[in-house]
Design a protein around this ligand. Structure first.
Ligand code: C5P
Length: 225
């Protein structure tokens, strides 16, 4: 039987895009595939961890042994995340959360009219889910975020680590073709307040295993101090 070194550890992972309704038939979203979050959930579960996967709408099957909670909007994802955080040890925010949602969702389908060539939608900022988890004053899980950047990757990632009060951030250079967003492969550099480690370009599943191992090492380190 395979070793289950993470038995007893509880992870909550957000994955995929969020979907923000415009009206009953339309929405705002993004191209996140959810692959990285699902790969992390699968890797942690395989090593014996208890995993809750809070998923936006994606075309992926639930990994073996993972409890999946389906959500659509950022507000729904935040509610599920805050509830799950209370009972989990490690939070990984992998979701590509929409930055804005409709100020008011139209109750009926918006109609195009002959005299309106321009349609303006009023949007309001969504909550920062991972920042709200990291700001918890009781039952705060060890909190790990992602930063997809196209330039000054290290600097922007380290800023997000500080601004969102995270324990670790996994920086992703999405300007490089064939890695990150919607790709099968990825490379990351992981930063903590006093920590930096590069994980080279590899298949998302092997990268996920390496990343889960790294996160657990840093989490155990933190708990000792
Ligand atoms: O600020 P930015 O969107 O680049 O931060 C990315 C990190 O923050 C990811 O871990 C993402 O899951 C998380 N995030 C979030 N809620 C938001 C925006 C980002 O949890 N509204």
């Amino acid at each position: 039987t395979p070793a289950k070194p993470l038995t007893g550890l509880k992870f909550v992972i957000t994955a995929g895009p969020t979907r923000e309704a415009i009206d009953p038939v339309r929405y705002i979203s993004n191209h996140s595939s959810g692959k990285m979050g699902y790969a992390l959930a699968a890797a942690a579960a395989k090593l014996g961890a208890e995993v809750t996967l809070i998923s936006g709408p994606v075309q992926l099957t639930t990994p073996t042994g993972v409890s999946r909670i389906d959500v659509a909007s950022a507000i729904e994802m935040q509610q599920a995340a805050l509830t799950a955080a209370q009972t989990h040890d490690i939070f990984i925010g992998c979701a590509a959360v929409a930055d804005y949602r409709m100020a008011e969702v139209a109750p009926q389908k918006l109609k195009k009219t002959a005299d309106n060539d321009v349609l303006t939608l009023q949007l309001v900022k969504n909550p920062d889910i991972i920042a709200s988890i990291a700001a918890l004053t009781s039952h705060r899980p060890y909190t790990v975020g992602f930063a997809a950047e196209t330039e000054q990757v290290a600097q922007y990632a380290q800023q997000k680590l500080l601004n969102k009060n995270l324990d670790l951030i996994c920086a992703n250079d999405v300007s490089v073709a064939g890695q990150g967003f919607n790709s099968e492969q990825n490379a990351l550099t992981v930063y903590g307040p006093q920590f930096e480690q590069a994980l080279p370009l590899q298949d998302k599943n092997t990268l996920a295993q390496a990343l889960i191992t790294l996160i657990v090492e840093q989490y155990q380190n933190e708990k000792k101090h």
